[in-house]
Design a protein around this ligand. Structure first.
Ligand SMILES: NC(=O)C1=CN([C@@H]2O[C@H](COP(=O)(O)OP(=O)(O)OC[C@H]3O[C@@H](n4cnc5c(N)ncnc54)[C@H](O)[C@@H]3O)[C@@H](O)[C@H]2O)C=CC1
Ligand SMILES: N[C@@H](CC=O)C(=O)O
Length: 382
């Protein structure tokens, strides 16, 4: 039966007929790389629709890279062409002050993978700026910094949203929060939390060396800026820590048992040197062991999958496993992530979130949705 579109409208603010925005949210984007660049494009594409349908003006006040920043973004097309704006030497404090302006809500969107930027969150939140980020370092880094961020959020009305840190655009943190906020208790998490490793495992059939596929995953924007963060299991360990802390468990990266796929000789290289080597062709130290793992898995009728788990005792593990063909994870495709949440309520069957878990477009959309949630919360407060 066809369901009329009007009956399945989600409960979001009704489109407004007024052509002029009634509220403004100032934005500053830090790190216009693959995710940040996609976000700027999505903001530009949505600008008119948000203004006319939701009465929301998203005002881009600045873009900052590691070395320079662009302020006074009065270009209505958010045009980033060379020469369309004036760049200045970067200063995170000057950037934050400019984005905050004199009044009205403002959001700093950190699309870098930088510790130096994550170090600033607590201070920014204390001064009333909201922070939205796909950067996993604050959520999974040193506990005192994470606690300072949470304390800053608790003390004021600023928000720190980081949904895209876990499984990109998939609603994982929000789903977990909803369980907890309604009185549920997390028992365990199992899943495939790396889009890169999911894609590599589903594509690695022995026809091409593993490192050639890794090069492609990097070019597609699935990997971390340094793809060894994915191969070492660190990226997935960070996601487990983020989820565990969200649930009130004081897990740290050192507590996660991680199997690294990076051979020591490659681990010793600088990021640039590693990317150069990756660009040049096969990496035997990576390719040979993974070809052997694949052959052994196939001989046993299994498939290789990169899996993560956090059990009821708080034991966290990240590893490559040979799973039997009937295992639900064995059928994942492309960059699909799978997160199984077991809780007091979801104990017989877990609650499952599944879908593409990496790539600039889906990640930027997750970041954008966080910005819109902050705008919604502002409207509710007004
Ligand atoms: N690519 C993906 O699928 C996903 C990425 N993420 C996260 O999103 C973030 C960005 O990832 P990508 O865009 O793929 O990386 P990228 O390397 O393409 O972009 C990062 C950008 O940040 C800039 N940057 C570095 N340090 C900076 C600093 N101190 N100040 C200002 N800018 C700085 C870099 O120059 C670069 O332009 C990372 O934290 C990553 O973990 C999260 C989920 C999915
Ligand atoms: N490199 C990450 C990107 C998302 O967090 C991944 O592959 O999962």
């Amino acid at each position: 039966m066809d369901i009329p579109a009007s009956s399945v409208e989600p409960s979001r603010p009704r489109p407004r007929t007024a052509a002029l925005p009634t509220r403004t949210l100032a934005l500053g984007v830090i790190g216009p790389g693959r995710v940040g660049g996609a976000l700027l494009e999505q903001l530009r594409a949505a600008r008119t629709r948000l203004a006319t349908q939701l009465g929301l003006a998203l005002e881009l006040r600045g873009v900052a890279t590691r070395h320079r920043m662009w302020l006074d973004c009065d270009d209505p097309q958010l045009d980033r062409r060379a020469g369309a704006q004036t760049w200045r030497p970067a200063s995170l404090d000057a950037f934050a002050a400019h984005v905050r302006g004199l009044d009205g809500p403002a959001v700093l969107v950190d699309c870098s993978a930088s510790e130096a930027v994550a170090d600033r969150y607590a201070d920014w939140l204390c001064t009333g700026l909201h922070v939205v980020t796909p950067n996993k370092l604050a959520g999974s880094g040193p506990l005192p910094r994470w606690q300072a961020i949470r304390a800053a959020v608790a003390a004021g009305s600023s928000r720190w949203r980081h949904e895209a840190t876990v499984c990109a655009g998939l609603p994982v943190i929000q789903t977990l929060r909803d369980l907890l906020d309604t009185g549920d208790t997390l028992h365990a998490i199992d899943g495939m939390l790396s889009g890169t490793l999911a894609w590599l495992c589903s594509r690695h059939d022995g026809a091409q060396p593993f490192s050639m596929l890794l090069r492609e995953a990097h070019a597609q924007g699935y990997t971390e800026p340094d793809p060894r963060e994915d191969l070492s299991g660190t990226d997935v360990a960070r996601k487990l820590v983020i989820l565990a802390r969200e649930a009130g468990w004081s897990l740290s990266l050192e507590d996660v048992e991680v199997e690294s796929l990076v051979p020591p000789a490659l681990a010793a290289l600088s990021t640039d040197a590693f990317l150069d080597r990756l660009g040049q062709g096969g990496l035997a130290g990576l390719d040979i062991p993974l070809a052997e793992r694949l052959a052994r898995a196939r001989a046993a009728g299994c498939r290789l999958r990169h899996v993560a788990s956090l059990d009821t005792h708080g034991r966290a593990r990240v590893r490559l496993e040979a799973l039997p063909a009937h295992h639900p994870f064995a059928h994942s495709r492309l960059t699909d992530n799978i997160v199984q949440l077991r809780s007091a309520r979801y104990c017989d069957n877990p609650l499952i979130v599944q879908g593409p878990g990496a790539g600039p477009q889906v990640t930027a959309a997750g970041v954008f949705a966080d910005v819109l949630r902050i705008a919604e919360a502002q409207e509710a407060r007004a």
